[in-house]
Design a protein around this ligand. Structure first.
Ligand code: DX5
Ligand code: ZN
Length: 215
């Protein structure tokens, strides 16, 4: 089980210090938004390259961008340990996942709330993680969508059937109030932005989430 705090809720003027606050986490989740695939714009390659260099934990890059076939491999090349592209934006997801692995990253595919899992089940052998969005991508601090839990269960069932080690990530509205339902549905990688950064003691928040997810 992994906790991956989202720095979308951190102070963007002090990202190195904000990463240091989550040194007890497993990964640091970095939301790359291009203002096209989602209606918000965050940061891109040059910033992520520096975050990789200064982060105490591996970078988990979540790419909410158009043309991931072109850009996602570059994030892997510069050292992001997990790279997530959105299936809604990918042209050749199988080839892209294979390229990410060849670049040394874990290959991960994300599904927006309206996107069903079943059509993509056949991609599982080429994936290391599936991200089930539990909010509409674009912004932190939104309410958790419990109606996405059946999708988490469906992905978990597929992973059981196919075998292999594929992690299931949930992202959006994950907090002390919602993380247990996610774990129960079969998620094992938990992204939390607001729930980690919106208090002085980020380490205590991480620990609380870890304990709840393990119950
Ligand atoms: C939303 C991002 C999330 C976001 C989660 O598009 O992908 O990673 O930062 O933030 P919270 O945990 O506040 O919902
Ligand atoms: Zn994210």
């Amino acid at each position: 089980m992994l906790i991956s705090p989202s720095i979308l809720s951190a102070d963007f003027a002090n990202l190195q210090a904000e990463l240091a606050r989550i040194a007890t986490a497993d990964w640091a989740h970095v939301d790359v938004m291009d203002g096209h695939f989602v209606p918000n714009l965050t940061l891109g390659l040059p910033v992520v390259e520096r975050l990789v260099q200064v982060s105490p934990v591996p970078i988990d890059a979540h790419l909410m961008i158009e043309d991931p076939d072109r850009w996602a491999p570059v994030y892997a090349e510069l050292g992001a340990k997990s790279v997530t592209f959105h299936i809604e934006a990918a042209r050749d997801p199988r080839m892209l996942a294979r390229t990410l692995r060849a670049e040394g990253a874990r290959a991960s595919m994300a599904l927006k709330p309206a996107t069903q899992w079943a059509p993509y089940e056949e991609l599982l052998p080429d994936l290391d993680m599936v991200l089930v969005m539990t909010v509409e991508p674009g912004f932190g601090g939104q309410s958790f969508m419990a109606d996405q839990l059946p999708k988490v269960r469906a992905v978990r069932d597929s992973v059981r059937r196919h075998g292999g080690e594929v992690w299931i990530q949930v992202d959006g509205g994950v907090s002390a109030a919602t993380i247990e339902q996610c774990a129960e549905a079969g998620a094992d990688v938990f992204v939390a932005g607001t729930a980690v950064y919106n208090a002085d003691d980020a380490a205590a928040n991480i620990e609380r989430l870890r304990v709840l997810a393990a119950e």
